[in-house]
Design a protein around this ligand. Structure first.
Ligand code: ZN
Length: 329
């Protein structure tokens, strides 16, 4: 059975809101909802440009709602963590009083039978508001807005920035040969897969086939590889401060051409080799975790593969070969 690993990649950043969206968010923190005039219409949320014509709008903001009328809706019977409520709810187009277009938001109605077109709803505000659309926790049935819990009041400053986190979670199948490659590192062995047709050697096991000959490579194709090599390329990374970044100083990743092979290991960590001393041609040797304390991490780019922790200078003289830099993969 195929094993999968789950990964999540996130991109947290701050977004500047500008004069119109900033005013909208600031008003939400004050339990008010703003629209913008566009000719005879009032658009909610307010925009800087007319979505139909692209014409720039003067920031003629007007308060709407807070109550409104459901124009259409759909029931969400099984909310996920991405949804605004942790219990079944309706997503509804709500035309707030005074607005010309509906606003999409959640309605906490208890059951689908309680929702209908034309019903009146009003916001339930969060007690703790930060100037974000989620300051409206949801809409509730009736004419009267309410606050969830004690009202902590509004921030003193206008809201100009918004924290935003884009995140993607995905699953990757782990080839059996990748697990075998990681297991070999526990014995301080580096194994590759040699294609029986063309004799090319592939390493890491995450590509257990020869792309040239379209042959699947299994345990029969395993070969032991040397644990010494030469640096052919390198990258110095200046860490940028963002959530989750643990590096504080510049660090390097190197490409290592293994001795007597055509195999280049990419994005390898270095050990006891200062960033300023790295250059093409440095002779290196593998550094292994002790057999008594193996590492099982599956290889990701720039991460150790299992118990292969990285590469350290072997002390031999540099290799002076101008062709080395062309050995990238
Ligand atoms: Zn081949």
């Amino acid at each position: 059975m195929t094993r999968f690993v789950e990964s999540t990649i996130t991109f947290p950043y701050k977004r500047s809101l500008g004069p119109v969206t900033g005013a909208f968010m600031t008003a939400l923190a004050e339990k008010r909802i703003l629209g913008v005039r566009s000719g005879a219409a009032v658009l909610v949320p307010p925009m800087e440009w007319d979505p139909a014509t692209g014409a720039e709008l003067t920031a003629d903001l007007v308060e709407v709602g807070p109550a409104g009328t459901v124009e259409s809706w759909t029931w969400v019977p099984a909310p996920t963590e991405q949804h605004p409520l942790d219990r079944p709810f309706a997503f509804a187009f709500i035309r707030l009083d005074g607005a010309s277009v509906p606003l999409l938001h959640a309605v906490d109605a208890g059951s689908a039978a309680a929702v209908s077109e034309g019903m009146r709803v009003a916001p339930r505000w969060r007690g703790q508001r930060i100037g974000h659309i989620t300051d409206i926790q949801c809409f509730v049935l009736g004419e009267n807005a309410e606050v969830d819990g004690p009202d902590a009041g509004s921030p003193a400053q206008p809201v100009e920035l918004m924290d935003y986190t884009a995140a993607v979670t995905y699953s990757t199948p782990v080839p059996v040969m990748a697990d075998r490659a990681v297991a070999a590192t526990r014995e301080q062995r580096l194994i590759g897969l040699r294609c029986p047709a063309c004799a090319r050697v592939y390493v890491g096991g995450d590509r257990p086939y020869c792309p040239v000959d379209a042959l699947e490579l299994g345990p029969d194709s395993e070969v032991d590889l040397p644990s010494t090599g030469t640096i052919t390329n390198f990258i110095v990374v200046e860490p940028v401060r963002y959530p989750g970044q643990t590096e504080t100083e510049p660090f390097a990743r190197v490409f290592v051409l293994l001795d007597d092979t055509e195999v280049v290991l990419t994005y390898q960590p270095v050990i006891d080799l200062p960033v300023g001393d790295i250059h093409v041609g440095v002779r290196v040797a593998a550094v292994w975790a002790p057999k008594a304390a193996p590492v099982d991490t599956f290889s990701g780019i720039g991460r150790p593969m299992g118990s292969l922790l990285g590469w350290t200078p072997s002390g031999e003289p540099d290799v002076n070969d101008p062709d080395l830099v062309n050995r990238i993969y």
